[in-house]
Structure formats: C-alpha cells, structure tokens
Write a protein that binds this ligand. Structure first.
Ligand code: SF4
Length: 329
C-alpha cells in the first residue's frame, strides 16, 4: 500500500516516513515549494529531503505551487494569522493537491507530520478538521504523530496502519519527537521553522503598506525583501539599496514606467521609484539618495525614467532624519 506523505524536510518528515516504512507502507514524499519561502530555506529543506529520499529509498516529488495558489493567498477565505499568514487556506490548497497526487500515484491515503496544538492557527483541532473537510480528505488524512487524538481513519479501520504505529503527541514541545528520533537512529535533520515570509513581522509591515494602496498586493512581493522602503504618496513608493548587492537586485526589478536615481559622481545607493512620480516625489526621492551617500549632504544625482537611457542631472539636498523617519515603511 502506498501513502502520499507531505514533507517539509524537518524531523517530523523523517519520523513519519520511518514509521510508515516500519508498517510496510510505501511512502511517496511530496514537498510543495511556495513562492513565499526564503531562497536559503528552500535550498536547506530540499537538500535535506533529497538526502532523506536517498538514504531511506523514498520517491520524492518536489512541486511548485502555481498561480492559483498565489491568487488564493491574496484572498484567503479563512483570513490571516498573526501576520499575513493565511495558513488555513494554504494548507487546504496543499492538501487538495495531495489528494490529486494520491489518485495519480494510486495511493490509499495521505499522511502529514502535523502535531495537534503545535501551531495556533492551523493546528488546533477545529482548524485541522476544517482543513481535512475542505480538502476532500475526510477519513483519509492521517496525522500520524497525533493520530491517537483523532477519530480512526480508513487506513486504521482497514488495518493498513496498526495501532502501534500511531502516536498521540500534542503541543509545541518536540521532546517526544527528539526521543523517538534517537530510538530510530535518526541523527541529522534540519529545523525547517521560520522560512515563510508571510509570518515575518518586518516583511508583513511592508506588505500591509502595499495592501493599503494596491489591489494585487502580492504582485512583485520579492521587492519587499530588498532595500529601505519609503512611501512618498499613496501612488508612489521609493526603494533604496543598502549595498552594492541590493543596488543590483533593484536594477533587476525595474520595469517600464519606474524611475531610477543614483549619485552622479560618487559611489552610493541606487533607488527605484514605482508609481506616479511628480516633481515633489522626484525631489524627495533624490533627497533620500543624497542622505545615504557617504557625504550625506548635497550631491548631484542622475534621474531617469525606465526605459529611457538619457538621464537628467540635478543637485539634491539630503533629506533630514525626521522627514526620513516619517516616510519609512
Ligand atoms: S506558514 Fe506559510 S507556508 Fe506554512 S502554512 Fe502558513 S502560509 Fe503556508
């Protein structure tokens, strides 16, 4: 019997795979790449999953979540958590796809390593039942590490899973999982927590600002992770690179209609402006650039509108700290 196992790459994934194998079940590990995971985390988790797949002989499916996922996260039916994390909708989306994969792979059920009470929004009993129902997995979703705390699923009723394979873990502590890992000889595993940008306060603060002015507020969300951000008007935002790497990253984000400002004769930050840029916005943006040059005083800047190549050159006086703070997002 095959089972689709949703895996993150952390300890819970290893445990679930090993426990299923011990029951003679063939796990097919599935990992969804969400666009909101930080690149370094994605690499760490996927390396761990590839190791797991090799060492435990498990088929691994890595799948990018598509445009539909992106849209669903923009208008989540069940709202957001503490930040901009629409965890319930996110999980419903993933489990629905897991059900499709279950049919494609001719598996009998779906398994996750979720633990009851481990996360406030999506791992309380009510949310877990809701997610199960909305994803069409009622009776065929086994939360293996907490299974004893839920009604028996079809996998148990049909004897595919024996009672001794089921655990009754709850809460945020990982002590039981760590002890179990030691017993099973699992020594190396990463901690995958904390990679989703939608749970990060500073990112979400910028997202909130964008949502106030923009319907498709998740569009170009990666830009929110780069540089210092300033809201100059409801229709205009200016972003300044903090170092050479960010200056180059900003350049990659530019598109037709954006403005680009940089110091004319001295090294310093580059700035990308997006939206309706009138004379006032142009002068303040240039003043922000002047503030972050090494002189921090009056400098000459180059200003151009993308995709124009010819730049205007003019003098800009550095913006004072109070104004700067007032505009910072
Ligand atoms: S933390 Fe992010 S990836 Fe995880 S369930 Fe919530 S929204 Fe989805």
């Amino acid at each position: 019997m095959k089972a689709i196992v949703l895996v993150s790459g952390g300890l819970d994934s290893y445990l679930v795979v090993r426990l299923l194998q011990a029951q003679g079940i063939e796990p097919v590990a599935v990992h969804f790449r969400t666009p909101f995971y930080k690149q370094d985390k994605i690499k760490m988790m996927e390396d761990a999953l590839k190791n797991m797949s090799r060492s435990l002989g498990v088929k691994l499916i890595l799948e990018n979540l598509n445009e539909k996922y992106f849209q669903a996260m923009q208008n989540p039916r069940y709202g957001y958590g503490k930040n901009f994390n629409p965890c319930i909708d996110c999980k419903i989306f993933m489990f629905r796809r897991a059900k499709e994969l279950m049919d494609e792979q001719r598996a009998g059920f779906v398994v996750s390593g979720e633990v009851l009470g481990q996360r406030p929004m999506s791992q309380n009993r009510e949310s877990m039942k809701l997610i199960e129902k909305e994803s069409g997995l009622e009776g065929i979703l086994v939360r293996l590490l907490s299974a004893k705390l839920f009604e028996a699923t079809i996998a148990e009723q049909k004897g595919w899973l024996k009672p001794e394979a089921l655990l009754g873990i709850s809460g945020r502590s990982r002590k039981i999982q760590i002890a179990l890992a030691q017993r099973l000889g699992i020594r190396q595993y990463p901690w995958p927590a904390g990679g989703c940008l939608l749970t990060e306060a500073s990112f979400c603060h910028r997202l909130k600002d964008k949502k106030s002015y923009c319907r498709n507020f998740l569009e170009d969300f990666e830009l929110l992770t780069v540089g210092r951000h300033f809201r100059l008007s409801p229709e205009f935002k200016f972003i300044v690179g903090r170092n050479e790497k960010e200056n180059s990253q900003l350049e990659v984000f530019t598109k037709k209609g954006d403005v680009w400002i940089e110091p004319a004769d001295i090294p310093g930050p580059s700035g990308l402006g997006r939206g309706l840029c009138g004379v006032k916005e142009k002068i303040i943006s240039a003043a922000i650039i002047a503030r972050y040059t090494c002189s921090g005083q009056e400098v000459e800047v180059l200003y151009k509108k993308i995709p124009e190549t010819a730049a205007q050159r003019f003098k800009a006086k550095a913006l004072d700290e109070e104004q700067l703070r007032a505009l910072r997002v």
